[in-house]
Design a protein around this ligand. Sequence first.
Ligand SMILES: Nc1nc2c([nH]c(=O)n2[C@H]2C[C@H](O)[C@@H](COP(=O)(O)OP(=O)(O)OP(=O)(O)O)O2)c(=O)[nH]1
Length: 319
Amino acid sequence: MSKVTLVSAAVLLRASDGAPPGVRDEFLLARRPEGKVYAGWWEFPGGKVEPGETFRDALVRELHEELGIAITAATPWLTREFVYPHATVRIRFFRVTAWDGEIHPHEHDAVAWLRADAPPTVEPILPANGPILKGLALPTLCALTNAEENGVDAELARLEGALAGGLRFVQVRDKTLPAAERERLAQGVVARAKPAGAIVVVNDDAALAQRVGADGVHLSADALNGCAQRPDFAWVGASCHTAEELDKAAALELDYALLGPVLPTPTHPQAAGLGWDAFAQLVERSPLPVLALGGMRPAMMDAAWAHGAHGIALLRGWA
Ligand SMILES: Nc1nc2c([nH]c(=O)n2[C@H]2C[C@H](O)[C@@H](COP(=O)(O)OP(=O)(O)OP(=O)(O)O)O2)c(=O)[nH]1
């Protein structure tokens, strides 16, 4: 196997003027200068890990050298491997949310802030980074419907409130609801979520997702294990419990995974949950955004980020 070059890269995040509370919806790209491989291409600031350094050490050093800033808050995010003609790289991406100092490009010839929820306004972007941009467009809080407990109409009312409060990612779950009720729920979710610009995925029923015009499907772990190729939707995710399932979701080039249960839940009180440390170890090499599931509350978003999660998914407590 050829040598793998280790690279740390920073997704610097900030909130645009109209961003909902707590949402950082802009990220920074920088343009590689003349004289480097891929000169003129846009990348996340960062660079190679030097001998004796951790990924985090390299991140801190590179951002100081390249942008003149001292980062004060960075959490691990995705790890992406890519084979270029010149090198095979393993890039550890971090989300950087606070730093000291003004950004001045010392080693790039330009920088630009881009919106996470819109197509990029600069090009070309380094080929390894396509899925990274899609990951940035994925909201960090995923609401799972719970009409089995709340009833369809109450659940749709709860959704309206949450959409008004900034929710942008919904999974229609409710696997045991009678088919006609589940169809009514899915239709109602799409009718409310689409105008708000929210992503809707339907659990394990591609035909229903098609009929109601959802953005995608969410595969249960069983469906993932039996799946030979990525279903043809804009957004496809899967529920995972093990490293093998995370690998399978990555091999199918899905857009995200849910991993859990992280903590005990009312639905599975007998399961102890993975705990945050085991969660962090499992997601460390994942090229996909992974959302923590099981016993989550919105206030746990910071803990989730600190352990490498993209965000959290929850059945109760999202509104
Ligand atoms: N910094 C950065 N590198 C990326 C990204 N995407 C991507 O494929 N890469 C690749 C390109 C390069 O092969 C490698 C980074 O190497 P580099 O040449 O920028 O590293 P460096 O800053 O340490 O520079 P040097 O040793 O060449 O002076 O990772 C990205 O978004 N940011």
